[in-house]
Design a protein around this ligand. Structure first.
Ligand SMILES: [Ca+2]
Length: 288
């Protein structure tokens, strides 16, 4: 999320891969949903009257990366009908053209399953994100795992990414767009409803799912699988390099509703590697 400053032009030309889900719900996806395999370590169902600040750091932040145009303010985050709602508006504040919110969990964990049910906003220039970042670590050395990002100008796409530093300390990343079709062959527009965005992170690889369908997995042959405990970050950025700035067609306000965040550790520890790495076919390397 913080990281497209250097890579976006390259992404725009090479990463916009229409990636249809070719995977059946394989063994690994079954494991994803097997409750005996997972022990809950952190959750927020957002059932209270206000954001639980014991769990979340709700940012007040003007500065941003990627030429983003929002000012993060706590009042842009609220609890509505059992949901965390991040509201982005076009009300200027202290030199910034838009207001939005960003929450960072005080909890941090390395490895495990991170599962977030959410309904994402969509309009030109909006950039909702669910991601993992080590608190206080230098970027990109500490790594970054993007569970879900969405270009507001493309309702048919969501994407995931892993950012890291190479041996010389330079930023590298791998990235995958995910699109699919419904039973009528029409593109699924992710912002039309709630979906479950998940990542399973083990010592050997990191896999990404939407609604239990694995669409991307990267192991150590592609990326140094990160071992640093990470916090969960929920935010909506406005403008900047990822999806460009809002234009005359952009609609405000935009709401990002998060039904829950659930984090699990693999029951009995996370020393085992994925048992089924052969279930995912070789994939295009266009965007890596
Ligand atoms: Ca809820």
């Amino acid at each position: 999320m913080t990281t497209y400053l250097k890579c976006l032009p390259w992404c725009k030309t090479t990463c916009a891969v229409m990636f249809v889900s070719l995977f059946a719900r394989g063994i690994y996806a079954q494991q994803l949903e097997d409750p005996t395999r997972w022990t809950l370590t952190f959750s927020d169902e957002f059932e209270g009257k206000a954001v639980d600040t014991d769990k979340w750091d709700v940012l007040t932040r003007k500065d941003s990366y990627n030429d983003e145009k929002q000012y993060y303010l706590p009042e842009q985050a609220s609890i509505v009908d059992g949901m965390l709602r991040i509201t982005a508006t076009d009300e200027p504040y202290d030199g910034k053209a838009y207001r939005s919110a960003r929450l960072e969990s005080r909890f941090a964990q390395a490895y495990g399953k991170f599962e977030i049910r959410a309904k994402i906003p969509t309009t030109k220039g909006i950039w909702p994100a669910i991601w993992l970042l080590p608190r206080g670590a230098q970027w990109p050395t500490g790594g970054e795992i993007d569970i879900m990002e969405h270009h507001g100008s493309n309702p048919a796409g969501v994407n995931s990414a892993i950012h890291f530093a190479d041996a010389q300390g330079n930023h590298q990343f791998i990235y995958r767009d995910y699109t699919t079709t419904d039973d009528d062959g029409q593109p699924v527009h992710w912002p039309d409803g709630f979906h479950i965005y998940s990542t399973v992170w083990t010592p050997t690889d990191i896999a990404f799912f939407v609604d239990g369908v694995e669409y991307y997995r990267a192991g150590r042959e592609k990326t140094p699988v990160i071992d640093t405990p990470m916090s969960v970050i929920l935010n909506t950025a406005v403008g900047g390099l990822f999806d460009g700035d809002p234009d005359d067609n952009t609609v405000f306000p935009q709401t990002f509703d998060i039904d829950y965040v659930r984090v699990y550790q693999r029951t009995g520890g996370d020393t085992e590697s994925h048992p089924d790495t052969t279930s995912v076919p070789n994939q295009s390397k266009l965007n890596e």
